[in-house]
Design a protein. Structure first.
Length: 404
């Protein structure tokens, strides 16, 4: 495909912790959607909701900003429960996770239309590889409720979108085998593909784990701290969900655990000061302890990689390049575990957080140009093939520059 697609498209990465929407415009440019409550932040928008004192629903950064005023009705990571019947209290009534997903998609869409006031003619929304048909159908209904025309919406698994981005980014030589290791805030996905001239082919079905991601890491760190500092942590962990004060403590502690996790990817040890008994207790963790703590999670992801490879008749030795994507892939322990286990080249993308959204907008342009996704790219298709000459390499570069 050459030239610009004849219309506007949206590529959406609906994530557990954060989401992103990129707009492909008819002139070939790309616009990243920003949260109006965080205009100086990047292109990742918090996946969160919280009712305001007036009963309105705040979404994104606005919800995060008021979470301490209403911790019982503040909700993030509801993607983990998508498709389940799990009533979540919002403004005094129970809302299902898919309803909150609709609020998030509606918010992303409204932000996009404020920036580029033109309805998209094609929309690609990414979903976890582990989602079954029921969840995929529900997501299509949710997208329609959020204001998108259902006929314009296509679903693609997150690792396949990341593959589209990775192949456009690296332009590998013929017969090169890529494994995309997608570790996000709430889920893990993996896909394998091989280049073949001007196209790439998925090698077997993508794999994934629905319960491994950055949020699980934060909770595991907090559990570890509860054994080392029970006087600081245990009350917040064991208090009932209706206890607003305990939820405040838990939210703050989880935020500090996330800080510990991020800092230990760049330094060897870090100290956070946790509130306790009217004062503060210094809590120090080093990178070795974090690696030990995350080890069982990372072992599960590597085992899932090997299962996915084996299902395609492959092993690590058949892989030329491993591409980690997703916010949690930035962790030092992840890169070390991948390199040690695979013994392959691990190639980092400039913006791993945007890889899925970047692939989604490329595939949305393909839908607009050809009327449908190439065979095999929709979730559940048995065969997968994507013509690489259909990927706009210049668009990828513009996405990267915009994110900076």
């Amino acid at each position: 495909m050459s030239g610009a697609a004849p219309g506007t498209v949206h590529g959406i990465d609906f994530g557990t912790s954060t989401s992103a929407l990129l707009i492909g415009r008819p002139d070939g440019t790309v616009t990243g959607v920003k949260d109006p409550a965080a205009p100086h932040a990047g292109l990742s928008i918090r996946t969160a909701v919280c009712p305001t004192p007036r009963g309105e629903l705040a979404v994104g950064q606005a919800a995060f900003a008021i979470r301490m005023a209403n911790p019982v009705e503040y909700h993030a990571e509801f993607k983990r429960h998508f498709g389940e019947s799990v009533p979540l209290l919002v403004a005094g009534r129970g809302r299902q996770p898919h309803e909150l997903t609709g609020e998030m998609l509606s918010f992303l869409r409204s932000c996009a239309l404020r920036q580029v006031p033109e309805e998209p003619r094609a929309v690609v929304i990414t979903v976890p590889a582990s989602w079954e048909e029921g969840n995929r159908e529900l997501m299509l209904q949710v997208a329609e409720t959020a204001g998108y025309q259902r006929s314009t919406v296509r679903l693609v698994t997150e690792p396949v979108a990341a593959l589209a981005h990775a192949f456009a980014e690296h332009r590998p030589a013929d017969r090169q085998c890529f494994l995309v290791y997608d570790l996000g805030g709430g889920t893990f996905d993996v896909a394998v593909a091989r280049s073949a001239g001007a196209e790439f082919e998925l090698a077997g079905a993508p794999g994934g784990l629905a319960d491994v991601g950055g949020g699980a890491f934060d909770r595991e760190i907090l559990r570890r701290l509860s054994t080392r500092f029970p006087e600081v942590v245990r009350t917040a962990l064991e208090a009932p969900a209706q206890n607003g004060f305990a939820l405040l403590e838990r939210l703050q502690m989880l935020s500090q655990c996330q800080t510990l996790k991020h800092q230990l990817s760049v330094v060897n040890d870090h100290t956070e000061y946790f509130a306790a008994d009217g004062g503060f207790v210094p809590v120090t963790m080093d990178s070795g302890e974090l690696a030990e703590l995350l080890g069982p999670f990372l072992e599960r992801t590597l085992t899932e990689c090997e299962r996915t490879l084996a299902a395609a008749g492959l092993t690590w030795t058949d892989v030329d390049t491993v591409v980690p994507v997703g916010g949690s892939s930035r962790l030092r322990a992840v890169g070390e575990a991948l390199s040690d286990r695979s013994r392959r080249t691990v190639r980092l993308l400039p913006d791993p957080d945007l890889a899925v959204a970047g692939g989604a907008v490329l595939l949305a342009r393909r839908v607009l140009a050809e009327g449908e996704l190439p065979p095999g790219l929709a979730p559940g298709d048995p065969v997968a093939r994507l013509l690489r000459d259909g990927l706009d390499h210049d668009l990828i570069e513009r996405v990267r520059r915009y994110a900076r």
